[in-house]
Design a protein around this ligand. Structure first.
Ligand code: 0X9
Ligand code: ZN
Ligand code: CA
Length: 634
């Protein structure tokens, strides 16, 4: 066998196709002590990592393995025939852990099918798949947009970018992109924070940057384990492939001062061959064009493996201009599950990588995440896919949050003003609530904060509204709010704090200082939820729906925003006249708990520039519940 391989590899370079399918790749750890030794190693093998603590990972053909031994390198065989090992590991997986047919991962066709399925299932939230460009062999670099109005690029909504499969043998990266989409979409209806993100951001997902390489792996190893990394460019010497993650135009091919070529290779057959020039490849060109068109705020590019959350630079060990900000967000997102640092310090010098280009050329906060441990390797066992995804999911969701302004209430500080002096809220007391808001996002926060209501209603507090502006990564402590505690009833009191911007809202429910007895009270029945179908427009009607308990009596109030505090609900009749012709807004919820009104907005424009708050009350035999207030901006 070995003899045969030698024969083929000597005969001509274009035979490499034949022997690669017929041959095994051994995973080796090779010891290197000096740069010169590394340089020699590099000349003997084509697929190797930068040295870390004197150890280099090498993926070697049998003849390369032999060459290392004859050259006297200290070689430790980690996994013989690693492709076969991966494929076999996948075979023994339980069926339910498989999301695709290629060793548990989706083939390119299955990726396409999944993008179509997502669009069919959630056409309001996922665009049809569209091509950012085409690979050398003419395969589309598919993208989808997750957002409201998903078919349109909306310039006022910040863009978050997520891509996978720059490297064809790292299928966990593409799978993570798809699972992230599925997760957001399936949570949209129940999770108001996810809904808020999809309404206020645009999420661009690119599951496969390198379709040719990925399809080639399917051809090499239909059951998974394929080891091809680069694209399928036929190089001048007959060897194949350019490393797409060395082909970007940011210090492309720049070897930092040193004794050996660093960061990428000029040798065609190497797995980190950088190409004939920056952006020589249609795949990287497509990504470049997408960056120019969509200007993401944050970009994340997924790889496997290594459990690293890296940020620029890779090409130099000098710190990036705002390395602190890059690091700050990386640490928040990585949740101590990943090593966090500059790409050069975690991985070694690399040049022409996507993240350096995104950040260097376009000032995008960019991260490269290596998913999985060495044990997982390039083709993690199918049972590992979900846990690996769950490690990155929270950080990806945070990245979407940070792509624009993102408010968090970091402190609720309660001070008794008048009362019995214990530390608990009691009927008849008066308290001060001081709130500290933080903007964790990358753009300025502009929001209206409203203490919407305080339940149960008979202990309702005065309603307050404030306009707030906070710069990125800044905090602001607001002037205290006065809260009057009226009579406690048999429901546990709760306070709703609503942050609103344009027609989007986020709700915070702080824990209240309640004694044991109060805290043990039952939760109030479902708070009515009030929804407005669309922003008001002259001469058009909109739908206001209230969801509550079945058959409750629902009252809908319209109230002026007096912009002064304290502020209380006015009498119904006097104020609702403005949205004539609906004067009496009272209706019984149906068996599903829903009540709906059509509200006609007068065409005369008399309400222009006004703001009205809508609030619903829901009444059963025992109690009244109030919804949050919803501002209607004209
Ligand atoms: O070599 C790469 O492109 C990445 N590692 S991988 O094993 N997935 O191939 C690491 C890139 C590190 N450099 C930058 N992030 N700039
Ligand atoms: Zn990679
Ligand atoms: Ca008290």
């Amino acid at each position: 066998m070995r003899y045969l391989c030698r024969f083929f590899s000597l005969c001509c370079a274009c035979c490499c196709f034949c022997w690669q399918t017929a041959n095994a790749t051994d995973w080796l750890e090779v010891k290197v002590d000096a740069p010169q030794q590394w340089q020699q190693l590099r000349s003997l093998v084509s697929d190797l990592t930068a040295p870390q603590q004197g150890i280099v990972n090498v993926y070697a053909s049998p003849q390369e393995h032999l060459a290392l031994l004859s050259a006297g390198f200290e070689v430790h065989l980690k996994t013989p025939d690693v492709e076969q090992y991966y494929a076999q590991r996948a075979q023994s997986a339980r069926r339910e852990s498989l999301s695709g047919s290629m060793g548990g991962f989706r083939t390119f066709a299955e990726i396409e099918a999944e993008l179509d399925r997502l669009h069919d299932a959630y056409p309001q939230l996922v665009s049809e798949k569209f091509a950012l460009g085409y690979s050398l062999e003419g395969h589309p670099l598919w993208a989808v947009r997750l957002s409201d109005n998903p078919e349109q690029h909306e310039a006022d909504e910040p863009v978050f970018w997520l891509d996978g499969l720059h490297h064809a043998r790292e299928p966990i990266s593409g799978e993570t992109v798809l699972r992230f989409a599925q997760g957001l979409l399936s949570q949209y209806a129940q999770n108001p924070d996810i809904a808020y993100l999809l309404h206020t951001r645009q999420i661009l997902l690119v599951p496969c940057v390198n379709p040719d390489g990925y399809l080639y792996n399917q051809q090499l190893a239909p059951d998974g384990g394929g080891f091809w990394r680069k694209n399928r460019r036929r190089n001048e010497d007959g060897s194949v492939g350019v490393d797409l993650n060395r082909n970007y135009d940011w210090f492309w091919g720049k070897a930092s001062a040193g004794v050996y070529e660093q960061g990428s290779s000029s040798r065609y057959s190497d797995t980190d061959y950088r190409g004939s020039s920056a952006f020589s490849e249609p795949e990287t060109q497509a990504i470049r064009n997408a960056m120019e068109t969509f200007s993401p705020a944050i970009a994340m590019t997924l790889h496997g493996y290594g459990q690293e959350w890296m940020y620029p630079w890779g090409y130099t060990s000098s710190p990036a201009p705002d390395v602190e900000r890059l690091q700050h967000y990386a640490q928040l997102m990585a949740h101590e599950l990943f090593r966090v640092g500059n790409a050069w310090e975690l991985y070694g010098i690399t040049n022409g990588a996507a993240d350096d280009y995104f950040y260097g050329k376009h000032q995008i906060l960019s991260y490269t995440v290596e998913i999985g441990t060495a044990q997982d390797g390039f083709w993690p066992a199918p049972e590992r896919v979900l846990p690996l995804f769950e490690q990155v999911r929270p950080g990806l969701e945070q990245a979407v949050q940070y792509s624009g302004a993102w408010a968090d209430i970091s402190v609720f500080d309660w001070q008794e003003q008048q009362g019995n002096g214990d530390q608990w809220l009691d009927s008849g007391e008066q308290w001060q609530l001081q709130i500290t808001l933080e903007n964790q996002g990358i753009s300025p926060l502009n929001t209206e904060l409203q203490i919407a209501d305080c339940l149960p209603l008979r202990s309702h507090c005065a309603l307050h509204t404030r306009s707030i502006e906070i710069l990125p990564q800044q905090q602001q402590t607001l002037e205290p709010f006065l809260i009057y505690i009226e009579t406690f009833s048999h429901y546990k009191p709760q306070l709703n704090i609503l942050l609103s911007h344009a027609n989007e809202h986020r709700l915070f429910k702080p824990t209240l200082p309640l004694n044991q007895e109060q805290a043990a009270l039952p939760e109030a029945p479902l708070t009515p939820v009030l929804r407005i179908s669309e922003p008001p427009q002259a001469g058009k009607s909109l739908t206001v729906s209230v969801h509550s308990e079945p058959h409750n009596m629902i009252y809908l109030f319209a109230a002026w925003n007096a912009a002064t505090t304290p502020y209380s609900l006015p009498n119904v009749e006097g104020d609702v006249g403005l949205i004539d012709p609906l004067l009496i807004w009272q209706m019984q919820a149906d068996a599903t708990g829903t009540a709906q009104w059509q509200v006609m907005i007068p065409a005369d424009g008399s309400w222009q520039g006004q703001k009205i708050f809508l609030q619903a009350l829901s009444e059963d035999e025992v109690h009244l519940q109030t919804s949050q207030m919803q501002p209607l901006l004209f």
